[in-house]
Design a protein around this ligand. Structure first.
Ligand SMILES: Nc1ncnc2c1ncn2[C@@H]1O[C@H](COP(=O)(O)OP(=O)(O)OP(=O)(O)O)[C@@H](O)[C@H]1O
Ligand SMILES: [Mg+2]
Length: 260
């Protein structure tokens, strides 16, 4: 079942075509990797899927073609079951670790997030339920986040902040999780742990589309890989197929040669 399917998806920024005529399919239960050199349109694709940028042309269908995402506001897309992390962290640094996850939960709670955080009587019971759920999400990361639940987010290590971003995205109860370079800046131990975490999230029934430059991660967790260059899909298949693709080799080597 195609959870996500784009067709002819195109995005122009002025004269720059960041995504061009893109057809991409993600089946339910898959972990799909999205690779490509810097500036190849990977993050722009996430911005299109989540409604942050309007598409110039094309379609984005969700849930076996039942929903058209192009034209929907971001909060509607979240409510349909798509959540993401950002390449550059966007945590609420002065809120606690737990509160950051509570913010992610708000689209699944009846009371507004303000009343939950302020603790009005009506929302007290809901806050307790929300905190229990948030605690459950923190515990996905073993003892990395849960023991730090009441600390401000800014006190967390870099890797823990990245974990918290994933926990917050999961709070929206997505069917599809978009991860934008989750391993960036992590050391090898943290990266191995992240790979286990991402696989565990998939085992909970979440489909994952992950942008990643660390090819060890892509090889280790992705069922399928698609490669972009200049906004165009230049290869798709297993990690080995994509890695051996002449177009992919040229895209990466060409850029490196250009830089050298
Ligand atoms: N809001 C924007 N306005 C104008 N141009 C943009 C905007 N966002 C992205 N671009 C341009 O679109 C192209 C694709 O950028 P994008 O961020 O999608 O690349 P990327 O594949 O995620 O790269 P990286 O690996 O460096 O994160 C780049 O040329 C970028 O400068
Ligand atoms: Mg990017």
């Amino acid at each position: 079942m195609a959870l996500l399917e784009t067709e002819g998806l195109t995005k122009d920024f002025g004269g720059l075509r960041a995504v061009q005529d893109l057809a991409l399919r993600v089946d339910e239960g898959e972990i799909v990797g999205l690779i490509g050199p810097n500036g190849s349109g990977k993050t722009t694709l996430f911005n299109l899927i989540t409604g942050l940028h309007p598409a110039t042309a094309g379609r984005i269908r969700f849930d076996d073609g039942r929903r058209e995402l192009v034209g929907l506001a971001p909060h509607r897309i979240t409510a349909l079951g798509i959540a993401r992390t950002f390449q550059n962290q966007r945590l609420f640094n002065h809120m606690t670790v737990l509160e950051n996850v509570l913010v992610g939960l708000h689209c699944r709670t009846r009371s507004g997030i303000a009343s939950i955080l302020l603790g009005t009587r009506r929302s007290l019971e809901e806050r307790r339920r929300a905190e229990a759920r948030a605690g459950g999400l923190l515990s996905l990361f073993g003892d990395r986040l849960l023991p730090r639940a009441s600390r401000p987010a800014w006190t967390l290590s870099y890797a823990n902040r990245r974990r918290l971003e994933i926990a917050r995205a999961l709070a929206a109860e997505p069917r599809l999780l978009l991860l934008d370079e989750p391993a960036a800046g992590m050391n090898p131990t943290e990266t191995r742990e992240l790979m286990r975490d991402i696989k565990r999230i998939r085992e909970r029934g979440v489909t994952i589309l992950v942008i990643e430059h660390d090819m060890g991660v892509v090889r280790g967790i992705c069922d399928r890989v698609a490669a972009l260059d200049h906004g165009t899909k230049i290869a798709e298949g297993s990690f080995e197929e994509v890695r051996r693709s002449p177009a992919v080799l040229e895209a990466y080597l060409g850029r490196q040669a250009g830089r050298a």
